[in-house]
Ligand binder design. Structure first.
Ligand SMILES: *Cc1c(COP(=O)(O)O)cnc(C)c1O
Length: 439
């Protein structure tokens, strides 16, 4: 809900609901109709986004390149890139059509392609693995740990003489254990690429996720800390990698001069461009991220303090608690069976807005039957060259038990104190009823 819409709704709520002001449940229910499962970026939008979009509509130049005379100096994709660079502290940023295409650009710009073995996590939004496969490379799954990201130990065990790179994914708003991972990456001469699709504005010891490796990327889809509707940004401190991504994402164009038809094409590319309309939204949303991150962190701290007091409840490891983007509360129960029972209790008690990735979501290898069975629209290198591992019989016990006991809540920056109090009460009741049974 946008800021304007939100005020209007609150005003209407006040008038219509005043007679029921003591019926907290009714008021909470009516509010929840508007706000279900929509978080972060989409919680805040309004006049600023409209202004940026209008700038583009007035020139009619929806294309991000060229048309210098008609565009009246309106360059939203460029401004979007500057905002992202400022936020994360990268030398370069290149905006594209989605987080998924940003992963593809990151891999290509890092020189990862046909036949390369790339270590990937079995817990990630599947786009990371798809990008590796459609680059012609071969995914090798390694173990994660309580950070919800690949562990240094897991990476080490998965390395073969053919390993070229690690695609590290910073999951659930948090960050991987970078000191240990960088040591393994350097020791083994691997290329690091980071998918920070769901961890933009998270950092480790002062460095933003996405900037540890050769290239990194963020997603601006509808569910992330900031949204462009659809969009993604690739970041790097390496000038050559930036130039490659810039060309790769636009049919190889070098973007020199103002005559598109006469441009050179240093490399082969494809169309992963972002439109000016999407970039216009993305740039405003990026400016809102520090505010959202601050609100998220306050809410997450309260949730962790109060829920952490329940014996049997713990949380995913946050290697640098000061660098959390806090888009998710990542809660562990003692084991998979208990977690499943808690999920049932949550559903029975009207607790919503959580993800149980182990069974429900598209984020965990147990549900990736198409990869395991080789169900593809057209042959990939996994079929041509053979899978580097038996995807149907992976030994990933640590990952299985970690995801089995994980329940993640999407944090809403707009949660009120009263809503949080109600949520914590319901969660506590649900969790305790299960833990007492099993004790
Ligand atoms: C969301 C996400 C993506 C894909 O982003 P889209 O913008 O939806 O294409 C890639 N990787 C991770 C880790 C994500 O969470």
């Amino acid at each position: 809900m946008g800021i304007d819409t939100r005020f209007r709704t609150l005003y209407l709520e006040k008038r219509i609901l005043y007679p029921f002001r003591n019926n907290f449940k009714l008021i909470w229910y009516i509010r929840s109709l508007n706000r279900k499962h929509i978080m972060a970026g989409t919680e805040f939008y309004g006049a600023e986004e409209r202004k940026e979009i209008n700038d583009v509509l007035e020139t009619g130049i929806f294309f991000r390149f060229n048309h210098d005379a008609q565009r009246n100096n309106i360059w939203k994709a460029r401004e979007f890139e500057v905002e992202v660079s400022k936020l994360v502290g990268s030398k370069y940023a290149h905006a594209v059509s989605s987080g998924s295409t940003a992963v593809s650009c990151s891999l290509a710009a890092a020189g990862i392609g046909a036949g390369d073995e790339v270590i990937v996590p079995p817990f990630t939004y599947i786009a990371s693995v798809e990008a590796v496969i459609f680059a012609g490379a071969l995914p090798v799954f390694a173990e994660i740990d309580e950070t919800l990201c690949l562990s240094a130990e897991g990476i080490k065990k998965a390395i073969t003489p053919k390993t070229k790179a690690v695609l590290l994914v910073h999951m659930c708003g948090q960050m991987a254990n970078m000191d240990e991972i960088m040591a393994v990456v350097k020791e083994n001469n691997l290329i690091l690429v980071e998918d920070a699709g769901q961890a933009m504005a998270a950092s480790y010891k002062g460095v933003s996720t996405g900037l540890f490796g050769k290239t990194g990327c963020y997603s601006f889809d509808f569910f992330k800390i900031a949204t462009a509707g659809e969009g993604g940004v690739m970041v790097t401190n390496d000038e050559n990698a930036y130039k490659l991504a810039d060309s790769f994402s636009d049919h190889g164009h070098d973007h020199q001069g103002n005559n598109r038809g006469m441009e050179n094409h240093p490399v082969l590319g494809f169309n992963y461009r972002i439109s000016e309309l999407h970039a216009a939204i993305g740039l405003v949303q990026t400016r809102r991220v520090p505010m959202i991150r601050e609100k998220n962190n306050l809410i997450k701290k309260r949730l962790m303090n109060e829920l952490g007091a329940i014996s049997g409840v713990s949380f995913a490891t946050i290697p640098d608690p000061n660098g959390d983007s806090a888009t998710f509360l990542n809660m562990f129960l003692p084991d998979t069976e208990t977690a499943m029972k808690v999920v049932e209790e949550f559903n029975a008690n009207g607790v919503s807005g959580f993800n149980y990735w182990f069974t429900n979501m598209y984020h965990f290898i147990n549900q990736w039957n198409h990869i395991k069975n080789g169900n593809v629209a057209a042959k990939t290198n996994v079929q041509l060259l053979g899978a580097p591992q038996d995807y149907n019989n992976l030994e990933i016990p640590k990952t299985q038990e970690t995801i089995g006991r994980l329940i993640s809540f999407g944090i809403k920056a707009t949660w009120t104190d009263a809503e949080l109090t109600d949520l914590i009460a319901k969660m506590t009741k649900s969790i305790q009823s299960v833990l007492v049974q099993t004790a």
